[in-house]
Design a protein around this ligand. Sequence first.
Ligand SMILES: NC(=O)c1ccc[n+]([C@@H]2O[C@H](COP(=O)([O-])OP(=O)(O)OC[C@H]3O[C@@H](n4cnc5c(N)ncnc54)[C@H](OP(=O)(O)O)[C@@H]3O)[C@@H](O)[C@H]2O)c1
Length: 348
Amino acid sequence: METIENDATENDATGNDATEHKATRTLGRSGIEVSALGFGCWAIGGEWWGADGQPYGWGKVDDEESVRAIRRALDLGVTFFDTADNYGTGHSERLLGRALGKRRDDVVIATKWGNLFDESTRTAGGQDDSPAHARRALTASLERLGTDHIDLYQFHMNDGDPERAAELRELCEEFVREGLIRAYGWSTDDAERAAVFAEGPHCTAVQHAMNLLQDAPEIVALCEELNLASVNRSPLAMGLLTGKHSAGKALEAGDIRSAPPAWLPGFTEGTGADADWLERVESLRDILTSEDRTLTQGALAWLWARSPRTVPIPGFRSVAQAEENAGALAKGPLTPEQMAEVDRVLGR
Ligand SMILES: NC(=O)c1ccc[n+]([C@@H]2O[C@H](COP(=O)([O-])OP(=O)(O)OC[C@H]3O[C@@H](n4cnc5c(N)ncnc54)[C@H](OP(=O)(O)O)[C@@H]3O)[C@@H](O)[C@H]2O)c1
């Protein structure tokens, strides 16, 4: 297996040498080693809804297939799994805990808190940024995951109040002292908010949206400056970068992309994937599918080349997707020339 180097070496100041890759990366200043690819566990939570009937899940999923996919990923060297307490209103955490079983200590588990939900009705709504809720949520996540500690605990309020976050940061330090978590981070697309959390010594990551059509230069710069992992959500632009969508084809009801909220770009209610996004993906096909990569693998390769701090966490819901995504590890990042070509094609 080729490897994806993370930290700078004598030979390569960027850590992205195309010939000598390491399949692992270090999760920021925590020193925790993870596979360079994490697996995002939102979709496998199954269907759940907002109080207004808005779908928050990705449609129906087959739990047994999800378990097989997680175990296949483990066999292929994936050691990092990202979930959240509200994905499937607790179902994603339960399923991940079940699939890992005795192999829990072989992996690094990231989960999140801050959103409110009801497991019995599979509905969600509202948020709670109080310290009391954080402690309750952590206890509940530990129980659902069947573990005594969370490796990376993430604050799941993208636009949370920075003053309150400073208080939660100190609470997370307390959780570390109590042995309940190893490290923490903020799931936010705002670099200023991320910097508030980064003042805590055990803050080690920012989770934020990034893919080759949606760059995030401010957060990446912050991660490089402060030695934080840039954990990339929506690395496949919620499936757009896999090449399997076509314009004008509505997605199934129950899939959040069928009735996308304002923060979800690239899809429109009733017509599915947007034509202009698909055109941009097509314009990049040749570069991304070089060296026998699939389009999906090329999108992940772009993220690894973007910074030595990135760890993409693509979602999945089948063994086939797990195999294709994990297969990207062996192929490593795009070259600097290919990165420049992507920018040229996209006119940036
Ligand atoms: N912190 C936050 O607020 C936040 C927000 C969003 C996501 N996340 C995290 O980030 C993870 C990933 O981001 P994302 O959910 O936005 O989506 P994404 O990773 O950009 O896209 C994932 C989706 O693409 C499709 N896919 C994946 N691999 C594929 C393959 N090899 N071939 C064809 N299709 C494939 C699957 O959907 P279909 O099969 O349905 O097409 C999959 O669910 C989530 O699971 C979650 O852990 C966090």
